[in-house]
Design a protein around this ligand. Structure first.
Ligand SMILES: CC(C)C[C@H](NC(=O)CN)C(=O)O
Length: 710
C-alpha cells in the first residue's frame, strides 16, 4: 500500500502517532481499572470476594483476547484495520461503563441509590466485555504495527521505540491512576450528590476516543503490511498432523524420530517444523509463569481494598486508596533506567552471568517478598480493627447521662464511670444491672450479634434507653457520627454537609457519614447556638454526648464529650510502599525481561504468536487468583497473602530447574542455516530434475512448486 514516508531524527514520523495512541489507550485502560474494584464494592454493592473475582475475570479476559486480535489482524483485516475497528468497540465499552455509573438514571425515589441495580450491573458487564475485547484485541497489534514502521537496517531505532513504548504505557498508567481516583472521590449527580464514578469512567472513555482520532490522523504515514495468512492456523495444523502421524506410526516397527514434531516432516516444511520447535520450547517454559501475574495483579484488587482500611494522610495531602497504585508506574519509570544503566552492568562487572531466565527467577522471588510485606501490613491493620460480636455474642457500652459518676454493677463486677469507651462482651441474652446508691436494678435484654449502648438517664429511676450501634467499619474511609442529647430541651445539630435533625430530650440521632478532615457542628436550641469543632480521620465512629449541663455560647466546646465507638484507621498507607517496591522491582526483572526474551527467542514469523502467548500467561494468572481465593477461603487476609507468596516460591523453584535446562538460541541464525541448506538442496535437486526432465521428457510440478516456495 502507498504511504507518505517522513523521517524525524532517523525515526519514521508515523511512530509518533502510535506512541501517543498507546499513551492515551493505557490512560484509558488503567484509569478505568484503578477505580473498578471500588465501583463494584460501593456502587454495585458487591462484597469484597465478588468484587475481587469479577475484577480478575475482567483482567484475565483482557489478556485472553490478544490471541483473537492477532488472528484477525494476521489472517483477515491486517493490523491497521483491526486497531481501528477494535478501538471503536473499546470506546463504546468505556462509554457504557460511564453511563452504567450514573445513579440518577434509575434513582426514581431520589434517595441517592440506584433503584434498578440490574440495569447498572448488566450495562457495566456489557461495557467491560467490550473493553476486554478492544484492549486485548489491539494489544499485540499496536506494538507489532509500531515495529513494522522500521526497515531492517533500523534495529537500534526499533529497540529505542520499544523502550519509549513501555515508558508511554507506564506514563499513561501513572497519570490516569492519579486522576481517576480524584474524579471518583468528587460528588456529582442530578437529584442527589454521590461519588462520581461516571466521571471516573467518562474521562477514560474520552481518552480512548482521543487515542482513536490520533491513530486515524497518522493514517497516511503508516506502512501497512498486508495480512500474511494465519500463521497460528498453520502452526496448529502442523502440530495436529505431527500428533496424528506419530499415532499412526506408534508400533515398534517404525524407527523413532529425534523429536515428536519431526513426524510432520512428510507434509510440512522443515523450517516451519524447526520454528514450531523453538516456539514450543519457550511455551513450555511459560507454564509456571502465570503464578507471577496471580500476585502482581492483586495490586488492583486486594491491595486497594487493604488501603481502604488505612490512614491516607500524607501531611496535608490525602491519598485515596486507589491512588496508591500510582506507586507502581512511578517506580517503573525510575527503576527501568536504574536497572538498565546501573544494576545490570554492575552485576556483569562482578563477573556474574545474569541471564534473562535468572532475572525472571529473581523477579518472582521479589514478588513473593512483596506479598510477605503485604501480610505483615495486614497483621498490623488487624490489630487495630475492632472485635465485633459473633452471632452468639452481644456487646454493650454504657453512657451515663448524669453529671455525677455512678457505680454500676453488672453481674458481680463494679464500674465507676461517666461513660465507657469500651464495649463489654456478653454471651448471655439478658443481664442484670444495678446502678447507684441506693441500688436501682434493671434487667436488660441484649440483641445477639449486635453492639448496643445503654443510656442511663439523669434520674436513674426514669426509663433506660438502648441504642443500636454500628457493627462494621464505615466504608470508603467515611466516619459514622451520631449525637445523644442529654438536655431537657430539643437540640438541632447540623454541619454544612449533613443535618442530624432535631434531637428530642434524652434521645439520640441516626448515624451520618462524614468525610475525613476538620468539621464544625452547629448545635441550636431555640435561638441559642454552640459550635463544636473536631478533626476526623478515616473509618471511625463516634457518639457525641450533649450533657444536661451544656451552656450555649463560646465555651460550649469543652462540655461535649465524644465516645469512640470505632477507632479511626491508624496504620499508615505509606506502609504499603515496601510491598509496591518489591512487586515493581519484580515486574522490571520479570516482565520487561520476559517481553524481551519472548521476542528474542521467537522465530521471525512467530514473534506475534509468542507475544500473544506471553500475554496469555497474564490471563491464566488472573484465573488462578479466582481459583485459589475460592478454594482456600481463608478467614484471615494475611494468611491468604502468605499462601500466595508460598505458592510463588514453590513455582519459582520449579521454574529455576526448567530454566537451568533451557539453551538459548538465535532464531535468525537457525533460520538462515535452514535457508542455506535448502538453497544447496535446491541447487542439487534442480540438477537432478533437469536430468530427469531430459530422460523422461516431463517435470514433477508438485516438487517444483515446493522448491520454489522454499
Ligand atoms: C504487565 C503488562 C502485561 C504490561 C504492561 N503493564 C505495565 O507496564 C504495568 N506496569 C502493559 O502493557 O500494560
Amino acid at each position: 500500500t502507498s504511504f507518505i514516508f517522513k523521517e524525524v531524527c532517523g525515526y519514521p514520523l508515523s511512530i509518533f502517532f502510535i506512541v501517543v495512541n498507546e499513551f492515551c489507550e493505557r490512560f484509558s485502560y488503567y484509569g478505568m481499572r484503578a477505580v473498578l474494584v471500588l465501583y463494584f464494592k460501593y456502587f454495585l454493592r458487591w462484597d469484597d470476594d465478588l468484587a475481587t473475582s469479577i475484577y480478575h475475570t475482567f483482567v484475565a479476559l483482557c489478556y485472553l483476547t490478544p490471541i483473537l486480535g492477532a488472528i484477525v489482524a494476521d489472517s483477515w483485516l491486517g493490523k491497521f484495520k483491526t486497531i481501528i475497528y477494535l478501538s471503536i468497540v473499546y470506546a463504546i465499552g468505556q462509554v457504557a461503563m460511564a453511563v452504567s455509573a450514573i445513579h440518577d438514571i434509575t434513582d426514581t425515589d431520589r434517595d441517592g441509590t440506584p433503584d434498578n441495580m440490574t440495569f447498572h450491573v448488566v450495562l457495566s458487564m456489557v461495557g467491560l466485555f467490550l473493553i476486554a475485547l478492544g484492549t486485548g484485541g489491539i494489544k499485540p497489534c499496536v506494538a507489532a504495527f509500531g515495529g513494522d514502521q522500521f526497515s531492517d537496517h533500523q534495529d537500534r531505532q526499533r529497540r529505542t521505540f520499544f523502550s519509549v513504548f513501555y515508558l508511554c504505557i507506564n506514563g499513561g498508567s501513572l497519570l490516569s491512576t492519579i486522576i481517576t481516583p480524584i474524579l471518583r472521590a468528587q460528588d456529582c449527580g442530578i437529584h442527589s450528590q454521590q461519588k462520581c464514578y461516571s466521571l471516573a469512567f467518562g474521562v477514560p472513555a474520552a481518552l480512548m476516543l482521543v487515542a482513536l482520532v490520533v491513530f486515524i490522523v497518522g493514517s497516511g504515514m503508516y506502512y501497512k503490511a498486508e495480512p500474511q495468512g494465519n500463521i497460528m492456523l498453520d502452526v496448529c495444523k502442523c502440530i495436529g498432523f505431527a500428533i496424528k502421524n506419530r499415532y499412526r506410526h506408534r508400533s515398534n516397527q517404525y524407527p523413532k524420530r529425534q523429536h515428536w514434531m519431526d513426524w510432520a516432516e512428510e507434509k510440512y516444511d522443515k523450517l516451519l517444523i524447526a520454528q514450531i520447535k523453538m516456539v514450543l520450547k519457550v511455551l513450555f517454559l511459560y507454564i509456571p509463569l502465570p503464578m507471577f501475574w496471580t500476585l502482581f495483579d492483586q495490586k488492583g484488587s486486594r491491595w486497594t481494598l487493604q488501603a481502604t482500611t488505612m490512614n491516607g494522610y500524607f501531611g496535608s495531602l490525602v491519598i485515596q486508596p486507589d491512588q496508591m497504585q500510582t506507586v507502581n508506574p512511578i517506580l517503573i519509570l525510575t527503576l527501568v533506567p536504574i536497572m538498565d544503566s546501573v544494576i545490570y552492568p554492575l552485576i556483569n562487572k562482578c563477573g556474574l552471568n545474569f541471564t534473562p531466565l535468572k532475572r525472571m527467577t529473581v523477579g518472582m522471588l521479589l514478588a513473593a517478598i512483596a506479598f510477605v510485606c503485604a501480610a505483615l501490613v495486614q497483621i498490623e491493620i488487624d490489630k487495630t480493627l475492632p472485635t465485633f460480636p459473633s452471632t452468639s455474642q452481644s456487646q454493650l457500652k454504657l453512657l451515663n447521662m448524669g453529671s455525677e459518676t455512678v457505680t454500676i454493677k453488672i453481674f458481680n463486677d463494679f464500674f465507676v464511670l461517666q461513660a465507657s469507651n469500651e464495649y463489654f462482651t456478653f454471651e448471655a441474652g439478658q443481664i442484670n444491672i444495678s446502678v447507684g446508691h441506693p441500688e436501682v436494678r434493671n434487667t436488660i435484654s441484649l440483641a445477639k450479634g449486635q453492639r448496643q449502648t445503654l443510656l442511663i438517664p439523669l434520674t436513674i429511676t426514669d426509663e433506660w434507653l438502648m441504642t443500636d450501634d454500628i457493627t462494621s467499619k464505615p466504608q470508603e474511609g467515611n466516619n459514622a457520627i451520631r449525637f445523644v442529647n442529654g438536655m431537657k430541651t430539643a437540640v438541632n445539630v447540623s454541619i454544612p454537609a449533613a443535618n442530624f435533625g432535631l434531637i428530642e430530650p434524652f434521645s439520640y440521632s441516626n448515624y451520618s457519614l462524614i468525610k475525613n478532615g476538620k468539621v464544625t457542628f452547629t448545635l441550636w436550641s431555640g435561638s441559642q447556638s454552640c459550635e463544636y469543632s473536631t478533626d476526623f480521620g478515616f473509618g471511625s465512629s463516634y457518639t457525641f454526648f450533649i450533657p444536661s449541663t451544656l451552656v450555649f455560647g463560646p465555651n460550649c466546646q469543652e462540655s461535649i464529650t465524644a465516645a469512640e465507638d470505632i477507632k479511626p484507621n491508624s496504620v499508615h498507607m505509606a506502609l504499603q510502599i515496601p510491598q509496591y517496591f518489591f512487586i515493581t522491582a519484580g515486574e522490571v526483572m520479570f516482565s520487561v525481561t520476559g517481553l524481551e526474551f519472548s521476542y528474542s527467542q521467537a522465530p521471525s514469523n512467530m514473534k506475534a504468536v509468542l507475544q500473544a502467548g506471553w500475554l496469555f500467561t497474564v490471563a491464566i494468572g488472573n484465573f488462578i487468583v479466582l481459583i485459589v481465593a475460592e478454594l482456600a477461603k481463608l478467614p484471615k487476609q494475611w494468611a491468604e497473602y502468605v499462601l500466595f507468596a508460598s505458592l510463588l516460591v514453590a513455582v519459582c523453584f520449579i521454574f529455576s530447574i526448567m530454566a537451568y535446562f533451557y539453551t538459548y538460541i538465535d532464531p535468525a541464525e537457525i533460520e538462515a542455516q535452514f535457508k542455506k541448506n535448502v538453497n544447496e538442496d535446491d541447487e542439487d535437486n534442480k540438477h537432478k530434475l533437469q536430468k530427469t526432465e531430459r530422460s523422461n521428457g516431463k517435470i514433477n510440478v508438485t516438487k517444483l512448486s515446493y522448491y520454489n516456495m522454499a
